[in-house]
Design a protein around this ligand. Structure first.
Ligand code: IP8
Length: 269
């Protein structure tokens, strides 16, 4: 039987300590590696996209890449681009090294090796073929939120892992299962001071939720949970289901695949 392609986002908050510059949660990354290894052995095709966490957002803020259009270019920004790119590459290397310890066949594909066209990844790019080719050869492509050179008014642009997820889902063929891993048990709201996980949300309801109040992480230059919900809403145009789970929990990915997980948010048509 053909196995689905799993496209898994490792959220920055799950794999790094977002408050502490360049601090990876290696224990969590090891837990994830264990599960990826098992799923790959079970013949799932897998693409990994990881966030930048404290290797990207803190520096991005410091150098003025705050989510607004970066039209007011100053000399410092070039230095920022260099430092941010270096730093997210370092996080990628930490993940690759841990995956390597588990003999996971990963293949790193950084988006910053592409020129963006008007702030977007160009659909015609060989870039996406690399993912297909890696998958065909039983490798696990791994990419991440990054800072890229841009052919447009803005010279540099931060590309979030969530946006990459959207593009991958559009451009990679086959049946896909999309998983967003975070450090929370799902999407939650506070009712009378109590935190409540919303277990099921329709893609069509997301716009309404975005207009409501929710937790916003101020150092997240790519929009925090709001940006994530927007991406999930866009993904709803291409897939039937997206699951949001807590990667800090042991075996969260395996339990989700085995339909043996209680706390999660499932987004559906
Ligand atoms: O953590 C952001 O990617 P994200 C990338 O997936 C940078 O939103 C460089 C801040």
């Amino acid at each position: 039987m053909m196995k689905k392609l799993l496209i898994i986002k490792l959220g920055g908050a799950a794999i790094t300590d977002k408050k502490s510059l360049k601090t990876a949660k290696t224990d969590i990354i090891k837990k994830i590696a264990e599960q990826i290894k098992i799923l790959h052995e079970q013949k799932y095709k897998i693409i990994i996209v990881h966030g930048a966490g404290s290797f990207g957002h803190i520096l991005a803020n410091e150098y003025g890449f705050n989510g607004e259009d970066n039209l007011n270019l100053n000399e410092n920004m070039g230095l920022g681009v260099s430092k941010i790119r270096n730093s997210v590459q370092k996080l990628n290397q930490i993940i690759l090294d841990i995956f390597d310890d588990y003999n996971i066949k990963s293949y790193s594909i950084p988006v910053s090796s592409n020129i963006l066209k008007m702030g977007k990844l160009d659909g015609k790019l060989e870039f996406f073929n690399l993912f297909n080719l890696a998958l065909e050869n039983n490798l696990i492509p791994i990419t991440y939120g990054d800072i890229c050179l841009n052919d447009g008014i803005e010279k540099f642009k931060i590309i979030s892992g969530d946006y990459i997820m959207e593009e991958l889902v559009k451009k990679i063929d086959g049946e896909k299962y999309v998983i967003f891993g975070s450090n929370v048990d799902g999407y939650y709201e506070y009712n009378d001071g109590e935190k409540n996980i919303i277990h099921k949300i329709k893609f069509s309801e997301i716009d309404k939720i975005i207009k409501n109040k929710f937790d916003e992480d101020y150092i997240d230059v790519t929009g925090g949970i709001k940006g994530k919900l927007r991406s999930i809403s866009n993904l709803g145009k291409h897939v039937n289901q997206v699951d949001l789970i807590n990667l800090e929990k042991d075996n969260a990915i395996l339990d989700l695949i085995d339909e043996n997980i209680e706390l999660k948010t499932t987004f559906t048509k």
